[in-house]
Design a binder for this molecule. Sequence first.
Ligand code: THU
Length: 123
Amino acid sequence: MKDEKLINIAKNSARNAYAPYSNYKVGAALQTKNGKIFTGCNVENASYGLTMCAERTAIFKAVSEGEKEFEKMVIFADSGKMPYPCGACRQVISEFSKDMKIIVVNNDNIYETNNAKLLPKQF
Ligand code: THU
């Protein structure tokens, strides 16, 4: 799928974000190597540490449906601040793909990278 289309899917997923504490709504669109798309959004909690990021929501949805081979992921935030994946998400991504293409998008910018660059010397 073209990056533009995947970006639009991530944008739509951000609408489902449950982010009453941060007001920072994030959507992710994950494409598997066999062309399936899994979406995710951040889901916050009154006990803040229980919050789940959009990226891990999408990855766990995919793995729970039997998909573990990932091609690329778009992460979108409806904000001026870029949704670079947190350390926990980088580690979870590296479990399944060392070099997955990652496209980080907000209302102003697009930044393309891969997980090997975001998390070198993965455990
Ligand atoms: N968040 C994500 O879902 N993904 C990111 O890449 C950055 C941060 C969420 C977690 C929390 O709900 C909110 O954004 C503020 O940190």
